[in-house]
Design a protein around this ligand. Structure first.
Ligand SMILES: NCCC[C@H](NC(=O)CCC(=O)O)C(=O)O
Ligand SMILES: NC(=O)OP(=O)(O)O
Length: 323
């Protein structure tokens, strides 16, 4: 693995999931693997889970992690080739990234989309500039279109749940039914988590995968191809074993919100349509907008386990890059 910015960087998903679960069983088994290695973590946007879980993962491998909230504390970066820098940006990524390449062995970056310019966002303009100029492995901590550390975690979480004693598929030998459902929100959010989840589940190939959303919220087909897409949420939820709840803004009418229908919120009434599905969400979650309290606080919620698993996914990825 050279970089970790999408599922395409992974040659064997199942092996990486296995590695993550091995770290969960024995967190310090490779505590010297990353000795004398250092990761830099650049945040152009806020984070709680990604930041803390990746730091913990690095520590468990014996690596140092340096966090830089570049969005709020650093010089504002210029990314445009040939820019005449007589405005508000202070330093070009061409100058900054190679220096970070000297300080660190691996550079991890969070950079959200603008949700204004679809072509620029979907070209992954910002993270690709770091790949071009830093000269060291780059790890996405959520980029303009994808969130691969989250998606690896999600596959780890599903794998763990279906291997456990409590899992009862509807029919024997059936792949688990995984439903990604759109949920309402108060503001336009990136498509990253949904794109990435779809990309990973499709590549993994071990689920019967359904995506449900209101008309107009179709995601980019490059990520969803292979999934069944339905506009009827109740029909989609039937017999689901896992329900992944996420809001995203529109891809076609880019960054827009055309649906404010609160009935898309996942409630216990909707959960009753499923095969006692486990409920997932990447967090942070808007309670009683995306998901009801009763679901989040109820026995079907996997969200805390899922967020806890972020550590093992990050540890597996860092270990692979160090190796
Ligand atoms: N990293 C996980 C999700 C990050 C981001 N959510 C947010 O921005 C939520 C903000 C809010 O609820 O106001 C997203 O959906 O891609
Ligand atoms: N799920 C996730 O990426 O959370 P943070 O935004 O808190 O890192």
């Amino acid at each position: 693995m050279k970089h970790f910015t999408s599922v395409h960087d992974v040659s064997d998903i199942k092996a990486l999931v296995k590695q993550a679960l091995e770290y969960k069983a024995d967190p310090y088994k490779d505590q010297r693997l990353g000795s004398r290695k250092r990761i830099g973590m650049l945040f152009l946007n806020p984070s709680m889970r990604t930041r803390l879980s990746t730091q913990v993962a690095a520590q468990q491998l014996g690596m140092d992690a340096v966090v830089f909230n570049v969005g709020s504390e650093g010089w504002s970066l210029e990314f445009e080739e040939g820019a005449i820098m007589n405005g508000t940006t202070v330093e070009h990524v061409k100058d900054a990234a190679p220096i970070m390449g000297k300080y660190f062995d691996i550079l991890c970056i969070r950079t959200f989309p603008s949700l204004k310019d679809r072509d620029a966002d979907y070209s992954e303009f910002y993270i690709n500039q770091f790949i071009k100029y830093a000269g060291i492995p780059i790890v996405s901590l959520e980029s303009a279109t994808l969130h691969p550390l989250q998606s690896l975690t999600d596959i780890v979480t599903i794998t763990e749940a279906i291997s456990g004693p409590g899992f009862q598929p509807k029919t024997v030998n059936r792949k688990p039914k995984v439903v990604l459902t759109w949920a309402p929100h108060v503001k336009p959010l990136p498509q990253c988590v949904a794109n990435s989840f779809a990309q990973w589940v499709n590549t993994w190939g071990e689920a019967e995968f359904v995506i449900t959303h209101p008309a107009g919220y179709e995601l980019d087909e490059q990520f969803t191809k292979g999934a069944t897409i339905m506009h009827d949420q109740n029909a989609a939820l039937k017999d689901a074993d896992f329900v992944y709840v996420k809001n995203w803004s529109e891809f076609r009418d880019y960054g827009m919100i055309s649906c404010t229908d609160t009935s898309w919120m996942l409630t216990n009434e909707k959960l009753a349509l499923t095969n006692q599905a486990k409920v997932m969400h990447c967090l942070p979650v808007r309670r009683n907008v995306e998901l009801s309290d009763e679901v989040l606080d109820g026995p079907n919620s996997l969200v805390t386990t899922q967020a806890g698993n972020r550590v093992w996914a990050a540890q597996a990825v860092l270990a692979e890059l160090v190796r």
